[in-house]
Design a protein around this ligand. Structure first.
Ligand code: CP
Ligand code: NVA
Length: 301
């Protein structure tokens, strides 16, 4: 029976714990070298640009002994109108799993419905669960545990924020989200996360209140891929939602700063914070590789 990874609801808290352990062991080089993907090909179908997700998957698949097959709509018949179900059924005959980055989450669900191989969400308009795996791993690596921590997310209630909400619900840390009115996370995602957990998930307008006594402060771009047309309007709404030195003074002394990247320096985060002593941003980027290797091992072998 194949297993997909479209959102964090596809994986139990216990499995998430195991996955973190495994990823941290892989990073530390404690695990014996294994090549569980030997003889297997994994598809990477990206309908949007990517630096971290595509390259870390490609490298991770190589390190696990497999072959990555990179595809974009422009070089598939999908780009000429072949249906998602027909594409999914065909690719399932060649590949052992597929990672898909697409604009609409329902395209991903339609693909997963017809595919007989695991489908992994490499970012959709509403979710970025592979990012959340690396986020959890990084917090665990830096803080030793997740339960009981306070994480502040300052910025847009977007795909990265939605997956962080699901992560908070799964792993029992409290999450304070500061976003301007009109840019709240999806209500259905919030409702499900709150119903499934006792951890506090709060949405507020004041970034200083969100950052108060925080162990982790997280942000993402104000303008996500595909939202370029509303960029000027969005940037005006978010001008007070920046991670800067002043915001950090409200957090705990040992606060860590996360950003999924790419960053728009000087907008959602200042240079001095991104490059400063509290930043764990490039460890977080590295952890994409380790967390996704552990995920592939769990889903494909
Ligand atoms: N964080 C992230 O997913 O980066 P890419 O868009 O470069 O893959
Ligand atoms: N929210 C961003 C994340 C990029 C990794 C976007 O969707 O463009």
């Amino acid at each position: 029976m194949k297993r997909d990874f479209l959102t964090l609801w596809d994986i139990s808290p216990e499995e998430l714990e195991q996955l973190m352990e495994r990823a941290l062991s892989m990073k530390a080089g404690r695990e014996r070298t294994t090549a569980p993907l030997t003889g297997k090909s994994i598809g990477l179908l990206f309908e949007k640009p990517s630096t971290r997700t595509r390259v870390s998957f490609e490298v991770g698949i190589y390190q696990l002994g497999g072959q990555a097959v990179c595809m974009s709509p422009a070089d598939l018949q999908l780009g000429r109108g072949e249906t998602i179900p027909d594409t999914a059924r065909t690719l399932s005959r060649y590949l052992s799993a597929v990672v898909i980055r697409t604009s609409a989450h329902d395209r991903l669900e339609a693909f997963a419905q017809e595919a007989s191989i695991p489908v992994i969400n490499g970012l959709s308009d509403t979710h970025h669960p592979c990012q959340a795996l690396a986020d959890l791993m990084t917090i665990r690596e830096k803080k030793g545990q997740l339960k009981g921590l306070k994480v502040a997310f300052v910025g847009d209630g977007n795909n990265v924020c939605n997956s962080l909400i699901e992560a908070a619900s799964r792993m029992q840390f409290s999450l304070a989200i500061a976003c301007p009115e009109g840019f709240d996370p999806a209500p259905d995602i919030l409702a499900r996360a709150r119903a499934s957990s006792r951890s506090e998930i709060a949405v507020m307008r004041d970034p200083m209140a969100a950052a108060a006594a925080a162990d982790v402060i997280y942000t993402d771009v104000w303008v996500s891929m595909g939202q370029e047309q509303s960029a000027a309007e969005k940037k005006a709404s978010f001008k007070n939602y920046q991670i800067n030195h002043n915001l950090l003074t409200n957090a705990k002394n040992d606060v860590i700063v996360l950003h999924c990247l790419p960053a728009h320096r000087g907008e959602e985060i200042t240079d001095d914070v991104l490059d400063g002593p509290h930043s764990a941003v490039f460890d977080q980027a590295e952890n994409r590789l380790h967390a996704q290797k552990a995920l592939l091992e769990m889903l494909v072998t």
